[in-house]
Design a binder for this molecule. Structure first.
Ligand code: NAD
Length: 356
């Protein structure tokens, strides 16, 4: 197959980990006889520095033309500590999601057995947990009207959802449940929020088309608790933008580290594949970043955008072998890890490539 992949490393460790993800894609192309062509584009702080715009028109045009996007992260401490900054790196991310119509964020949470001890949750509670989150991306409190009143002393953010927005992500989640353990949990706050009452109504109606799927509804506070107490109870989870943002970071701890988790943002056009972590300026430039989330993002890209199941599995198996051989980056190492098995970003990437 011939495919055009856009590499968008963004800021901080995004640059370091995406370089590893791209090498893995290259090796897959060579091994399986595909031709991947690449282009690169700016987003976030690096784009603001170069053009004044966190999502330059040139980047957007390249994104729309590509078959899939391997993304790094955006963010810089300069903006994190300055809430008054009008132009911000994350505006690039939000605009990209809107412009590409990326309404579903998929986060597979699966723990490699070798990392059971890296999680802060007890191994006997965790072993076998395998959850696929669908977080809605284009609606909710992030995109509604926001502002200040009473001379700036009162602030408001409006949460909004339409029937159409809820139904299209619910359908994606039901379809995914069909390929897994056939269970779907919809998370909302329908006891308090009107948007959640619409959410639940639409999910219940959509469920009529999927009688083979077992559906449950949980309030977000209960879901947050169950995720830690009994994560194996979940198969596919579908939820709104804000709840999904929080729950998926909580769930990342099941996998031991943010450095291990990949995500896919999909709509009806080009998909974006990225680690769930941010730009991590505390470790940027030190060669400490775990590149495996970017490597696993490349695996998701091949699977979801190109339908390359065998290629995707080859990457996941390579990661599994590296971990079985005892190699760790610092974020997933523990007191028992021998010093010579603790690797930096590039060395971990090389190990993954060797095992492909
Ligand atoms: P972060 O994910 O960047 O880092 C949180 C912690 O996890 C840090 O201690 C970091 O060192 C560690 N970490 C993250 N990824 C790692 C990896 N691959 N290997 C090893 N350790 C890793 O979150 P933060 O510190 O809250 O935010 C930093 C910046 O990133 C902020 O500007 C934030 O806005 C941005 N951010 C961007 C995205 C995105 O682009 N999708 C997501 C989250 C945060």
């Amino acid at each position: 197959m011939t495919k055009n992949i856009l590499i968008v490393p963004g800021d901080g460790i995004g640059q370091e980990v995406t370089a590893v993800g791209k090498k893995v894609l290259d090796k897959i192309a060579a091994k399986f006889g595909h031709t991947f062509t690449y282009d690169e584009a700016l987003i976030g702080h690096v784009a603001i520095e170069a053009t004044g715009n966190p999502l330059p028109d040139e980047t957007l045009a390249k994104m729309k033309k590509s078959d899939a996007i391997l993304f790094g992260a955006v963010g810089h401490p300069k903006y994190d500590n300055d809430p008054t900054a009008k132009v911000r790196p994350e505006q690039g991310l939000l605009k990209m999601r809107k412009e590409l119509g990326l309404y579903a964020n998929l986060r597979p949470i699966k723990l490699f057995d070798e990392l059971l001890s890296a999680s802060s949750i007890k191994p006997e509670v965790l072993k076998g947990a395998d959850i696929l989150f669908f977080r809605e991306l284009t609606g909710d409190i992030y995109f509604g009207e926001k502002g200040r009143k009473n001379n700036g002393d009162t602030a408001f953010d409006l949460a909004e959802y339409s029937r159409y927005e809820v139904e299209r992500i619910a359908r994606k989640a039901f379809e995914a449940a069909r390929t897994r353990r056939k269970k779907l949990c919809s998370v909302d706050k329908a006891n308090v929020l009107e948007t959640s009452r619409l959410w639940r109504e639409v999910v219940q109606k959509t469920a009529l088309d999927y009688p083979d799927i077992e559906v449950e509804h949980q309030f977000v506070d209960a879901a947050a608790m169950i995720l830690i107490k009994d994560p194996r109870r979940f198969d596919v989870v579908v939820t709104a933008n804000l709840f999904g943002d929080i729950l998926t970071d909580e769930a990342s701890q099941i996998a031991g580290s943010m450095g291990m988790l990949a995500s896919a943002s999909i709509g009806d056009g080009t998909g974006v594949y990225e680690p769930i972590h941010g730009s991590a300026h505390d470790i940027t430039g030190k060669g400490l970043a775990n590149p495996l989330a970017s490597v696993l993002s490349a695996a998701l890209l091949l699977d979801i955008s190109f339908g390359m199941k065998a290629e995707s599995e080859a990457i996941i198996n390579a990661v599994d072998k590296v971990l079985k051989a005892g190699f760790r980056t610092r974020d997933i190492a523990d007191a028992q890890t021998p010093a010579d098995k603790v690797l930096g970003t590039d060395a971990m990437g090389e190990e993954a490539l060797k095992n492909l």
